[in-house]
Design a protein around this ligand. Sequence first.
Ligand code: PEP
Ligand code: MG
Length: 910
Amino acid sequence: MATNQKHDLRCPAHPGPKRGLSGYGGVVQKFVYDFEEGNRDLKDLLGGKGANLAEMTNLGLPVPPGFTITTDACRAFLETGEMPGQDEISKHLAALEEKMGRRLGEPADPLLVSVRSGAKFSMPGMMETVLNVGLTDDSVAGLAAQAGDDERFAWDSYRRLIQMFGKTVCDVPGEEFEHALDDAKHRAGTREDVGLKAEHLKGLVADYKRIFSEHTGRDFPQDPREQLDLAVGAVFRSWNADRAVLYRRQERIPSNLGTAVNVVAMVFGNLGADSGTGVAFTRDPATGERGVYGDYLANAQGEDVVAGIRNTMPLQDLEQRDKASYDQLMSIMTTLEEHYKDLCDIEFTIERGKLWMLQTRVGKRTAAAAFVIATHLVDEGVIDLDEAVHRVSGAQLAQLMFPTFDLSAEPAQLTRGVGASPGAAVGKAVFDAQHAVAMAKEGEQVILVRRETNPDDLPGMIAAQGILTSRGGKTSHAAVVARGMGKTCVCGADELDVNLHKGQFTVGGHVVSEGDVISVDGTTGRVYLGEVPVQPSPVVQYFEGTLDPQADPLVSAVHRILTHADERRRLRVRTNADTGEDAARARRFGAQGIGLCRTEHMFLGERRALVERLILARTTEQREAALAELLPLQREDFTELFREMAGLPVTVRLIDPPLHEFLPPLEDLAVKVAVAEERGEDPGHDRDLLDAVRRMHEENPMLGLRGVRLGLVIPGLFAMQVRAIVEAAAAVPDAHPEIMVPLVGAVQELETIRAEAEKIIGEFAVDVKIGTMIEVPRAALTAGDIAQAADFFSFGTNDLTQMGWGFSRDDVEGAFFWRYLELGIFGVSPFESIDRDGVGRLVRIAVDEGRAARPELHFGVCGEHGGDPDSVHFFHEVGLDYVSCSPFRVPVARLEAGRAAIETTGSDSR
Ligand code: PEP
Ligand code: MG
């Protein structure tokens, strides 16, 4: 009986052979490949497992014969509900039967096959596998005979098939089989599966078959070919299982690839003491050390190893047990490493003393192992340094730079937010920046907890070990500033109900009060109650110059790979830094100058009073007096930066944010003034402040009076900063100042500020470059004009993304990006990784038109994207001269800039 049921088909009757699709566009398409026909380069078509089984077959390694049904077939099946290539499957099955000298499910001497998934990218445990396909009521006896009259083995194999097939193909709840198995063990008076004898298993098969028909309304299929077809369909469908979809989203694996299916002659590791199954790595995937690592389980099938039902033994012990197989395995592992030029992981089975290879692939590894293995392979002459740089990533290096939590004691998780600035921080919860400073002065470790942070919180953020906010995303104030400082930060933990007045937050029934210890993981976004132990990063100790690279194999590997990346990269790497301390650290981390000093960060703390005076000034004299007091302070700031970066360029950006950010919040002031007036007191200064706040209030401050607009509106403000920069530069040997104007949208804005600055610069004998940020879309689109007044462009991709997409950078990530990610509108937040097609296009236009108008123009980027691995590749491609990023991102950017250069020019050993 043929059916046309689609994806929801639940264990249908056999559809019967269907005509194979003749492919798309009239070209006859091949849907099935014998292992002899494939190779490792065909992963798109055959999936990783199929391609590597083919590769091993062609290397002459002992792989059980089989064939692969392609990912094309999967896609066609998922689209139409019909299995393409039925005739081809029949042909390849016949060839397999011929090779094995047995027919699928033949009662007297059955061939059994495994039906395994295998996508292009490994998705461990996400999709389905069915073993022992072909076994029926009629062929159990034949299997027992084949196994040397081992009835127990045959009935055990049959019950495994019904269980796996029932669950995978027909959605029978797995617990039903588990319960029946437990009952059987109970009746047999044993706790172990192996304690069940043939007659027990026979009874269990009857139970399983009953469960199967109760749930499916049909008998367990007794036609071996029907079993095969249904199993193949189920594996294909498992591509769209919820867990697989979720995994792909997390790992950014495209959803339209589909999986291949491998149909492989069964070999058995559960045929007695001289059989078994194992997994092995050619090097330690945790540390990268040379040597053989693996586990072996005697008298077992692969699923037993994964299920952890019995304790495995170290692979080395196999040598005593079965020296011939062990030696053969070692030699195969050497062959595979030489062939793949990388760490391989392997699954194998020994059937009655005969070794079979069931899988290999270039193995996953930790970040530490990636660096160590890459350099070991260089030393062994297997790859060159270019390839070593290519094989590691900035994301892995970043991982190695953070202190981490030791989670072995499984601490209680309170909640989870956005992992905004990685690291592991422990301290007492504090809800107020000043209090954080005071407690830190007394030697306390604190975590600053706020709804969101603002520039006023900076001293508290500096004093704290970590920052936790209930609002805001990865480009919120808290996130940007914390990343700049290399400080742990979790933002947007929106389950937190933060009560600043009471000094506590509540979450999930817990109340955490000021002084309670919490632990914050800025990598995962997890927040824990109590103290979780922290381990420091040796890689950071090396960058800081406190650890000799030769003292630690991992650090030595990082050192060698980074040194080579530096030799190969074209992009220079600068840092975003506003303090001497940050500048010095960034320089130790390899920064080649400062690409962005945000001068507004210099107006906090005690200097706020001066900014208030500037804002409240009613006369020119009052304003000039405030500016005159700010001048020496700014000069000192810049002097420190120029000293720390002597010999290297320092880009100072004139003040950017709206000035009222330096005034107290409107509501607080209004209440204060009202209360004073109510009491008949004179609010005095507070009333002036309140008037100023009201006067300067903006509905959209991000689009308001900030950046160059401030410079044009408040006389003397930019001039004071320019003077401070030039005076500092004149006093510091080998200073290379660059003045940058923020938020320019029209060349006239820049021309006006430039003319004013040049007058001041002309008073001194210093060479100062003047350039602009390109962070307003109009600036990018009129870059040819703006270039006429600029020595350099620095892309402010935070604002460019905000204004390009119309996304408020402080709000949207926490508010609704989850939905955009779910819908696949983008795979990653455009604030994190540059949107190449949109915002990136603006960058490209500005580079091309700016360079065409003025060939000597320099280009850099100083938005958060400057330290993002993917974006660094983009900036390399569009031809920027440098990227600038927070000090802790500098090594990541160095590495990725090297990788980008190598990818463009290629490496011999790849
Ligand atoms: C930017 O907009 O990308 C930028 C660097 O400026 P800020 O983040 O200070 O607005
Ligand atoms: Mg900006």
